[in-house]
Design a protein around this ligand. Structure first.
Ligand code: NAD
Length: 255
């Protein structure tokens, strides 16, 4: 469809995985997409894909923790595309440490990117979003904002804490920004086939067995599965939906 035609979106973490999938989907549905990533070369690759698919996109490098960089990215977006209608706060990361191994540096990194970054980018984008009728924000939480997934007895407590924060921040932003008719929702993926955990082999038989016990849909999600939900929540089809967390998890949270 062309349900986003004439709209402009900014997607953080658009150089890889889910963010790239969302950027491509929104562009395929007519949006002009600012692809923001810490790594400029990755953002460039996403833009090349979108361009090859006939879409319009702009590659920008910025760290969601850095107000000056994000302000510059927003200005470049508005200068190029004339405004901002959608914000997708997707940039995120995890480090693999048990509580006993965890350092303050890791805690701060994960909380700053995953949670504080959503606050910073949304606050800085607000003056532009306020000017757009039908503006909407989508954040990325995870099933791990609801349940603790532990493997070999370890979870990532800092990740759970950050994404639980994203879920509640989404609701609080939905309330505050309702005065400007801006909707705010989040998507909670289950396991998605990306490079989120470097070196993890999600296709390994023991991993698939662990996942298979939880998943009702017996496959890993692809970025496209998450992108479809994000696109819906941004679209006019979701104009009566705000403040929700939509699991896209193959049934993970059912049991
Ligand atoms: P990914 O590692 O493939 O992509 C994340 C992208 O974000 C990378 O391109 C990275 O360069 C960028 N990034 C990291 N820190 C940044 C920063 N400070 N500023 C700007 N960009 C930054 O990961 P993914 O799997 O696509 O994850 C995307 C989001 O989805 C994350 O928020 C993650 O927590 C969430 N999520 C992922 C899964 C999964 O199974 N992959 C499940 C649930 C939720």
């Amino acid at each position: 469809t062309d349900r986003h035609s004439g709209r402009t979106a900014l997607v953080t973490g658009a150089g890889s995985g889910i963010g790239r999938g969302i950027a491509r989907r929104l562009a395929a549905e007519g949006a002009q997409v600012a692809c923001v990533d810490l790594k400029h070369d990755l953002a460039d690759e996403t833009v090349s894909l979108i361009t090859a698919e006939g879409g319009r996109a702009l590659a920008l490098s910025a760290d969601v923790r850095d107000r000056a960089e994000i302000s510059a990215a927003l200005e470049a977006t508005v200068e190029t595309f004339g405004g901002l209608d959608y914000l997708v706060n997707n940039a995120g990361l995890v480090t693999m440490s048990s509580l006993e191994e965890l350092t303050d540096e890791e805690w701060d990194l994960v909380l700053d990117v995953n949670l504080k970054g959503v606050y910073i980018v949304t606050q800085l984008a607000l003056p532009y979003l306020k000017d757009s009728p039908g503006a909407a924000v989508v954040n990325l939480s995870t099933v791990e904002a609801e349940v603790v997934v532990s493997s070999q007895g370890f979870c990532q407590v800092h990740y759970n804490a950050s994404k639980g924060g994203v879920k509640m921040l989404t609701k609080a932003l939905a309330v505050e920004l309702s005065r400007y008719d801006i909707r705010v929702n989040c998507v909670a993926p289950g396991p998605v086939a990306t490079n989120f955990i470097p070196g993890a082999d999600l296709d390994a038989p023991e991993v698939m067995e662990f996942l298979g016990q939880r998943l009702l849909v017996k496959r890993l999600a692809q970025p496209e599965d998450i992108a479809a939900a994000a696109s819906f929540l941004l679209s006019g089809d979701a104009s009566f939906i705000t403040g929700v967390q939509l699991p896209v998890d193959g049934g993970w949270l059912t049991r």
